[in-house]
Design a protein around this ligand. Structure first.
Ligand code: TMP
Length: 224
């Protein structure tokens, strides 16, 4: 059952109340294949007649698209705390206007990245501190945690090879150095170890069809 984090201010009641709908997030470094897995899960659930909202952070709303452009493509400096606040602002608006309403309608939300990305990238990558960054996101979302978080884990060097093959210019985060991405990976693994019930950790080097089957295996029992 979805948790509302105890440290966070209590969430306003949503129509239908918490506990309806299902909130699944995909996490991991850049180039690990989250988008592919999110799409495969959506396809499978839709075939079962489920109503799915597939979305992402940053950029899942109109406001979010503007924020995404700043955090990923601004050419000058963005201070680390400003970056953390921008991701949190995107998240606050996204959860309030899109995700909570969908969950309240009993729908399944499949989301590419959520608060664990902030803890890993801003908390560990930018060294702002995991606890503070997590608290910021919990404040922004009034304590909403996913039912399931799939972590696609991959060595950053292998992920970099995949990104290189895409032949697209790197965004601000992708362009960070190897040790930044190593810290991000380590933090994701620590987060998963600390919350084994919420997290499913998969080796992203496995074939996409195998990964998709593992994800379905985790989600299916929660659909009843
Ligand atoms: P993506 O949509 O291609 O995954 O790109 C989003 C980038 O933003 C990715 O490099 C991870 C980064 N990011 C953060 O640094 N903090 C966050 O809270 C989120 C959601 C993403």
């Amino acid at each position: 059952m979805r948790a509302e984090h105890a440290d966070a201010p209590s969430a306003p009641p949503v129509a239908g109340g918490p506990g309806r709908g299902l909130f699944v997030t995909f996490e991991g470094g850049d180039g690990v294949g989250k988008t592919t897995q999110a799409a495969l899960l959506e396809e499978w659930l839709t075939q079962q007649g489920r109503t799915v909202v597939r979305t992402r952070e940053p950029g899942g709303t109109e406001v979010g698209v503007l924020i995404r452009d700043i955090v990923l493509h601004h050419r000058g400096e963005v201070s680390p705390r400003a970056e953390a606040l921008l991701y949190a602002a995107d998240r606050a608006h996204h959860i309030d206007t899109l995700v909570r309403p969908a969950l309240a309608r009993g729908e399944i939300v499949i989301q590419d990245r959520y608060l664990d990305s902030s803890v890993a990238y801003q908390g560990a990558g930018r060294v702002l501190g995991s606890d503070e960054v997590r608290r910021l996101s919990l404040w922004a979302t009034q304590g909403l945690l996913p039912d399931v978080t799939v972590l696609l884990d991959l060595d950053p060097a292998a992920a970099r090879t995949r990104l290189d093959a895409d032949d697209k210019p790197f965004d601000r985060l992708e362009a960070e150095k190897e040790h930044f991405h190593a810290r991000v990976r380590d933090e994701f693994l620590s987060l998963a170890a600390a919350e084994p019930v919420r997290y499913l950790v998969l080796d992203a080097a496995r074939p996409p069809a195998e990964l998709a089957a593992a994800v379905r295996g985790r989600v299916e029992p929660l659909l009843a």
